[in-house]
Write a protein that binds this ligand. Sequence first.
Ligand code: PGA
Length: 249
Amino acid sequence: MTVRPLIAGNWKMNGLSQDLRTVQEIARAAPGTDASVRTIICPPFTLLREAVAAAADTALEIGAQDCHISRSGAHTGDVSAAMIKDAGASAVIVGHSERRSDHGETDSMVKAKATAALAENLTAIVCVGETAGQRQTGQAEAVVLRQLAGSLPDAATSTTVVIAYEPVWAIGTGLTATPDDVAAMHGALRQALNAQFGDDGGRFALLYGGSVKPDNAAELLRVANVNGALVGGASLKSQDFLAIVDAAC
Ligand code: PGA
């Protein structure tokens, strides 16, 4: 079964108005709507609406990096999926390891956030990944599969949810999992999806994330059951992001 590859950029807490030109550069050069590769950039909330404008009339999609579980209400400083949708975005990352560690997000919170995203017709990019300690003690697969089971919304389908496997120790460190380790984890994730969703399990896009760069993208994207990448640091430069997109084409 072929899955349309997705290259998504996560800007994290980076990006001022001057950086909208990076969105424009990526949007202009990104593959078209009917091209084989889907592209998304997730800037901070402050740039969301302007990033949508910068990517207008191109196939580049804009996403957010988190959403609240509620649609509106007394939650100072939070942003809802409805607001993200209203800003013109089409996707949202939920359960990134930095949210899990900085904000104590649990699987059930991530599931509620992903459910809120689906209610607004946003693609939910659900992140899972083990720590270095968990890998060293042989728990990586169990941890990741438990996160998957606990974080996926009940209504998940391959057209509404994307899964990103990001080993915590590979994020922002320059370290990447070996192709063999990625193949093993993505194989385990695929098996779990097949068991839960039957035929549709084979259609979910499974992204790898953690220090994906232009010089290692091709090798990682060739791995079985890797259908794209979630890119942090390298998504801040249009040339680097576009080189990774090229590697997926
Ligand atoms: P990185 O971040 O590419 O900078 O390692 C990836 C991510 O956290 O999504």
